[in-house]
Design a binder for this molecule. Structure first.
Ligand SMILES: Nc1ncnc2c1ncn2[C@@H]1O[C@H](COP(=O)(O)OP(=O)(O)OP(=O)(O)O)[C@@H](O)[C@H]1O
Ligand SMILES: [Mg+2]
Length: 484
């Protein structure tokens, strides 16, 4: 702008007095710089006047001055009335820094006492998970690649505790998430090409209702119990032994054939028949690396496993109302975005705030969002916090991104400006929109040790991977690095 600062030592006391609000008329014309406010802001050493929220859960830096600011994407923002839920949606092309940002954000949440569950598709959180284990004094286990058969779960867990899933004597509680989950699981296994009709769905509800009414044992049922119930029930065209209305025989046959795979005698006997109540989530930071699962050819099995993990989190969320919880789904949502699970995911995303929970979906491409109704109608619609990383690689899509995420022209300008200022450090910028009113671009500036931990370039993280794989302490490695 061709403007130079001028030192006015002699008149300093006078300038000071004239600078007191109300005295400005005493300034001479030479002391004025007439310009537009937005242009003059370029002369200041910072970009925003955001003071942040001291109790917030995300530490960022102001981009020009590197001044640290604490922001909040959850409780504080909610208490200010900026957002109506804690869920976030994260978008950025490959290499834009999504995982790095999420590692940093989760570290901040963990430090604030949150319980965290991550479904990861790219081995991006292993360092953070190992560090948190170390810090909690849990011996880091030698890493062994999990075989697909190891997955054990029981979709009927909590059946007795939740009052047998019935309202009154004979009405299935269709609003109960566990009921929605079991229905979703059955529909996922018995996947009809044209989807389930309303009539077929209501027949399934009848089967489940009768199963719930007839179940008398003292322990929760497992999936095989429901399967056996179907096989043993003597439904016929005129009604059954149990006095039920005439039932769809064809559907019954199809169900028995499909569900057999997950019965005790099927090819996946353990998957849905775990006798123990133990949750899949273990400690404060539960990490599920689902990359292998997503690549497996058995898509039904893959969907089931991911649903079971999410349901495990859902149960934990409802049981631990007091502590704050975060669920992160990186790319794995693609496996579960089907119509059969929509009611279940819808209620999880809609009710999460009441249970002190933030659900976060992380994705790379705009086309992913557009192609999935669940992402659009359930996840984006119920995620008041939008986080966008550098979009320069796909700048032509920015208008479409803005339309879908409800971003304004100012928001788009912020996004275009991400990572455009040359800096000495390797840090990257992020755009945050918190509710409708609050948005801004910030720098994610972390310590060297954290940057080492969150690095995703395989060549640079071999030392970290070796440490994790061999069960050595990540904390000691970081301490050693600091000394060097
Ligand atoms: N705030 C940051 N400070 C320093 N380096 C960063 C920062 N954010 C990202 N990086 C670096 O940028 C690279 C890409 O980051 P990251 O792996 O998080 O991208 P991504 O969006 O998750 O990519 P993908 O979709 O392929 O998983 C990494 O090498 C990482 O170290
Ligand atoms: Mg990533």
């Amino acid at each position: 702008m061709n403007i130079c600062a001028e030192k006015t030592r002699k008149t300093l006391p006078e300038e000071f007095l004239n600078g007191i609000p109300g005295n400005e008329m005493n300034f001479s014309k030479d002391d004025y710089l007439l310009s537009e406010a937005s242009a003059v802001l370029c002369l200041l050493g910072w970009e925003s006047f955001d003071k942040g929220l001291p109790e917030g859960n995300l530490q960022v830096s102001e981009r020009l001055s590197s001044r640290p600011i604490i922001l909040d994407l959850c409780k504080e923002a909610y208490s200010k009335g900026w957002i109506n839920a804690y869920n976030s949606f994260v978008l950025g092309p490959t290499g834009s820094g999504k995982s790095f940002f999420m590692n940093h954000y989760l570290r901040c949440c963990h430090d604030k006492g949150a319980k965290i569950c991550v479904l990861d598709n790219g081995r991006s959180y292993a360092g953070l998970a190992a560090l948190i284990k170390d810090e909690n004094g849990l011996a880091p286990a030698k890493r062994k690649s999990k075989t697909v058969e190891e997955f054990e779960f029981n979709p009927f867990a909590g059946f007795l505790e939740q009052g047998k899933w019935l309202i009154g004597e004979d009405h299935l509680d269709l609003d109960n998430p566990s009921v929605q989950f079991v229905i979703g699981i059955i529909k996922t296994i018995c996947d009809f090409e044209d989807g389930w009709t309303a009539a077929q769905s209501s027949v399934l509800s009848v089967y489940l209702t009768i199963f719930c009414m007839m179940y008398k044992r003292e322990t929760d049922p497992v999936f095989d119990d429901f399967y056996t119930f179907l096989v043993e029930s003597k439904f016929d065209e005129n009604g059954s032994d149990n006095g039920v209305e005439p039932i769809d025989q064809q559907l019954m046959k199809e169900l028995i054939i499909s569900l057999h795979t997950y019965s005790i005698d099927g090819s996946h006997p353990k998957t849905l028949n775990s006798p123990s109540e133990a949750s899949l989530l273990s400690d404060d930071f539960s990490l599920f690396e689902v990359g292998e699962l997503l690549d497996s050819s058995d898509k039904t099995y893959c969907k089931l496993c991911i649903f079971c993990i999410i349901h495990s989190f859902d149960l934990m969320m409802r049981r631990n109302v007091d502590s704050f919880k975060v669920l992160v789904i990186e790319e794995a949502w693609k496996a579960i975005s089907n119509k059969d699970m929509e009611p279940y995911l819808n209620s999880l995303w809609k009710t999460s705030r009441k249970y002190n929970t933030a659900a976060i979906v992380v994705t790379q491409q705009m086309s992913d969002i557009i192609s999935s109704d669940i992402i659009k109608d359930t996840i984006i619609a119920n995620s008041p916090v939008k986080i966008v990383l550098d979009q320069r690689e796909c700048i032509s899509e920015l208008d479409a991104v803005a339309d879908t995420l409800g971003l304004t022209e100012t928001d788009k300008r912020f996004i275009r400006s991400l990572n455009t200022q040359s800096r000495d450090d390797a840090s990257k910028d992020v755009f945050l929109k918190i509710g409708q009113g609050k948005s801004g671009a910030y720098k994610i500036d972390v310590s060297q040790a954290e940057a080492f931990l969150y690095e995703s370039v395989l060549k640079d993280k071999s030392e970290l991977s070796d440490t994790i794989n061999s069960g050595r302490s990540v904390l000691s490695l970081l301490k050693r690095k600091r000394k060097i």
